[in-house]
Write a protein of this length. Structure first.
Length: 535
């Protein structure tokens, strides 16, 4: 085995050469009478034959409304069956679907509509306190390129599907014959912490294959039923979820429009789901739900945990209490479609809790010195880079930003600090920008977080660096207590760390929180913790 931190995912299973539409056709042909999609809240169900027919109807409706190959169609909605229909319908006609974060407000929406050049928008009517129609009304006059808006559950949606009669099946087939699997098909805006986000542009080839191989590594078949509480607007939901599921003839189960732990557990029980997705905070919320033990989760065998590092203790509870013996950890980023490394079904608990797996099939990864770019020996910490079919085509209309992220060798620089072990498994030790430098010593938040998860009074914890006059930065622990009435004190935390962590890693400040500020995709916004609780 090479002593350098480089690995290539060799595979006897070839990459798919299909477009997304053609791949769905194959699933419809093979699994027509099996269930493809279930929306638990509304009770609506689709077989593959019914789903394929509705996708075709919407595709023809979009063509009738003037959507040409390469046109950008925005989807600004919470999880619902129509979101999935838009995903596959736009792919069938070669339109570029632009995912818009449902949490965006007016100025963020306006930015995306203009930056991506969206001509048609599909949106939710409302969700919780957000009135999407009102927000569109605020910005529409300033977005002259936006020709039409269709609201899910509104007559404007019905008009879109009814227009399908103006386009024949032969015209749709002619459009599909013009498509290449290398065409841009999706734009996803990354969660920016400063300024506006960037639009990662992905192809049929990149997202279809990534979803397919994620599904391969958890051994999906047409017998699987996958509960998806993660948002569709993110790669986790629409690639690892929807595309990974339909490329294997399995069933998509939508438990609710947005994450609700009780709805997730009820959906798993009702639909006899075999797989469950989530970020660690979602699994923590499910496990800590009052009455958790009353749900029958015995149908579960696998699932995927991703989005942020999984604490060891949380993984152990997921395996033992949720019956997810084959649960898989995935690591990646939007710009890489998204998964670059994944644990395997036969990995022992140590590999599935201490690492983010090994390189995916047909992908390369390496760990380099962040300054020189030289590949490091295994066991040393550096920046993780990845290369292969999964790397984005670029940031939409931002070549300079693309060049900052993807080098001349087509390596995507992740910004994550990682260690590749001798066995090829990868450990993520932090973000380059998240490393705390205290008095010249580097403190990696992930290490301290993993340790504090073992404290009996701590349910969840995030560690950040905050300014300090003497040391430059100090270590702040933001904690969600197991019992809000009996939170840990700073002295208790320090005592817990005293004999087992180097002094410079011990938190010098503590904040007790009810919840962490989150992105819609489930990632903790550490920048808000630093700014909001560091004073």
């Amino acid at each position: 085995m090479s002593d350098l931190s480089y690995a290539h995912g060799t595979s006897t299973t070839p990459l798919l050469g299909d477009t997304i539409g053609r791949n769905l056709d194959r699933a419809v042909e093979a699994y027509g009478e099996r269930e493809a999609l279930v929306d638990v809240v509304s009770g609506r169900r689709w077989t593959y034959a019914e789903f394929g027919a509705d996708v075709e109807e919407l595709a023809r409706g979009l063509m009738a409304s003037g959507v040409a190959k390469g046109d950008r169609v925005g989807i600004w909605a919470v999880n619902c069956p129509e979101w999935v229909l838009v995903q596959y319908a736009t792919a069938r006609i070669g339109a570029v679907m632009v995912n818009i974060n449902p949490a965006y407000r007016a100025h963020e929406l306006e930015y995306v509509l203009k930056q991506a050049g969206i001509s048609v928008l599909v949106a939710s009517l409302a969700h919780r306190t957000t009135d999407y129609r009102a927000l569109v009304g605020q910005v529409r006059a300033d977005c002259p390129g936006l020709r039409s808006v269709h609201y899910i559950g509104d007559p404007s949606w019905d008009e879109l599907t009814a227009a399908s009669g103006k386009v024949t099946a032969e015209q749709l087939a002619s459009r599909e014959a013009e498509l290449s699997c290398d065409d841009a098909i999706n734009i996803q805006y990354t969660s920016g912490t400063t300024g506006f986000p960037k639009g990662a542009t992905l192809s049929h080839h990149s997202i279809l294959n990534n979803g397919y191989f994620v599904g391969e590594l958890v051994a999906y078949t047409e017998q699987d039923r996958v509960c998806l509480p993660v948002p569709f607007y993110h790669c986790f939901g629409m690639v690892m979820g929807n595309l990974g599921i339909t490329s294997h003839g399995a069933c998509i189960v939508i438990p609710a429009p947005a994450f609700e732990p009780a709805a997730v557990l009820a959906a798993v029980q009702q639909e006899r789901c075999t797989s469950l997705y989530g970020v660690p905070t979602m699994f923590i919320a499910e496990l800590d739900l009052p009455g958790f033990a009353s749900y029958d989760l015995s149908s579960l065998r696998t699932g995927i945990m991703a989005g942020s590092p999984c604490p060891v203790e949380v993984m152990k509870r997921v395996v033992s209490r949720m019956h997810m013996d084959e649960v898989s950890i995935c690591y990646g980023m939007t710009e890489t479609s998204p998964v670059s490394t994944q644990t395997r079904r036969d990995d022992d608990l140590e590999r599935r809790t201490g690492t983010v797996g090994r390189v995916m099939p047909h992908i390369e990864v390496k760990v380099v010195d962040p300054v020189t770019g030289v590949t490091l020996p295994r066991g040393e910490s550096g920046e993780l880079c990845t290369r292969g079919y999964s790397v984005m085509l670029g940031y939409w209309d931002q070549p300079e930003r693309t060049a900052e992220a993807v080098d001349a060798g087509r390596w995507m620089h992740t910004g994550d600090l990682a260690v590749m072990r001798e066995d090829g498994y990868v450990q993520i030790v932090g973000r380059i920008k998240d490393v705390i430098i205290r008095g010249g010593e580097n403190v990696y938040p992930r290490e301290v977080e993993e340790f504090l998860h073992g404290h009996p009074k701590i349910a969840d914890v995030q560690v950040v660096g905050v300014p300090d006059d003497r040391y430059g930065e100090e270590v702040l622990a933001c904690v969600i207590p197991c019992d809000p009435a009996d939170p840990p004190t700073l002295d208790e935390v320090k005592e817990y760390c005293r004999e087992r962590l180097a002094h410079y890693k011990v938190p010098r400040a503590l904040r007790i929180l009810d919840a962490f500020p989150m992105t819609v995709s489930g990632k903790v916004r550490k920048v808000e913790l630093r700014e909001g609780y560091g004073a």
